[in-house]
Design a binder for this molecule. Structure first.
Ligand SMILES: Nc1ncnc2c1ncn2[C@@H]1O[C@H](COP(=O)(O)OP(=O)(O)OP(=O)(O)O)[C@@H](O)[C@H]1O
Ligand SMILES: [Mg+2]
Length: 302
């Protein structure tokens, strides 16, 4: 990523080492504070744009998975992505940090601007994109290593070795797991329960101090108690991170999200995923403008 950070003394390139690959990064600029936004006549506090998605369309080979998509994602809010199976929720969220790059035939049109930088720009360092924009998947996927080594893995690989113990403790504390594992850090991560494993994956993602957390149905494989603890966690994590969460669970979206993006599948042979409506959570659930949104959130469709 390019750009300079006027708020740090170090305007110069910040060099990191990833394994044997040397990567060159520069701190990002702090965007100017945006003008206060208004929504339905209600004054809102100034919001900082983290993602500006412009005319995005995604293809896998000849098949278009996502149609024209444009909206902004704001700092320190939880943005939920909802919609029926196959409408492109995972495709969308994975496009925000280039997780789809490895998929054969993947092609993205339009732009994904992250803090003003084109995520797909030629000069962009993909490793740095993934560090700043972390991801947690549906199924907890800890490495078959100790609890400590899971959290320390990415910092070690990125050369963030200073105060590693503190970093691990902080990440586990932020993921609301520290008290449960502090006396068994050398135990295998696979000895944890499903809910604990998912919180460990969240700790692993936040150990490198990302700016954004992308969560693709993080609680769908968990029981109601573990789900509730992940939801509680969202409320505290959003003070520190910007969160984008895919969920099939409407109650969960209503409970955790500030903003909601509803996608659907257009009928017809192409079945292209389409953004129908994007608004604050209250509007989507209580007063949506599109009947397709109303039908979906009230359970009449999907
Ligand atoms: N790796 C891939 N290669 C080819 N097509 C894919 C790939 N991944 C997804 N697709 C297609 O893109 C479309 C959107 O899929 P995606 O997984 O993004 O949907 P989703 O909304 O996340 O669905 P679900 O709710 O079932 O997880 C589907 O038609 C799917 O078949
Ligand atoms: Mg999905």
């Amino acid at each position: 990523m390019t750009g300079r950070d006027p708020q740090t003394a170090r305007g110069a390139a910040d060099e990191r080492v990833l394994g044997r690959v040397r990567i060159q990064t520069e701190p990002l600029p702090q965007p100017a504070a945006p003008a206060p936004a208004r929504n339905g006549g209600v004054p809102q506090i100034a919001r900082e744009v983290v993602f500006d998605i412009r005319d995005m369309a995604v293809y896998y080979g000849d098949n278009q998975a996502l149609g024209w998509t444009a909206f902004k994602i704001y700092r320190h809010l939880v943005t939920a992505v909802i919609g029926p199976s196959g409408c492109g929720k995972s495709t969308f969220i994975r496009s925000l940090n280039r997780m789809n790059d490895a998929i054969r035939g993947f092609r993205l049109e339009g732009q994904v601007l992250y803090r003003g930088h084109d995520v797909y720009g030629a000069e962009v360092n993909r490793v740095e994109v993934r560090r700043r924009i972390g991801m947690v998947f549906q199924k907890p996927n800890p490495f078959p290593k100790s609890i400590y080594d899971n959290v320390a893995w990415a910092p070690r690989n990125l050369g963030m070795r200073e105060d590693l113990d503190m970093r691990v403790e902080r990440a586990l504390t932020q993921a609301a797991l520290w008290d449960e594992v502090k006396d068994r850090l050398t135990d295998s991560a696979l000895s944890l329960s499903g809910g604990q494993q998912q919180r460990l994956c969240i700790a692993r993602a936040i150990a490198v101090e990302p700016d954004v957390l992308l969560l693709d149905e993080p609680a769908s494989a968990l029981d109601p108690v573990a789900t509730a603890s992940i939801e509680d966690l969202m409320h505290t994590l959003k003070n520190r991170f910007t969160i984008v969460i895919v969920t099939h669970n409407m109650q969960q979206a209503a409970r955790v999200a500030d903003q909601v993006a509803f996608f659907t599948l257009e009928p017809g042979a192409d079945r292209v995923g389409t953004l129908v409506e994007y608004a604050d959570t209250q509007t989507i659930f209580r007063n949506p403008t599109d009947t397709r949104t109303r039908d979906y959130v009230t359970g009449r469709f999907g």
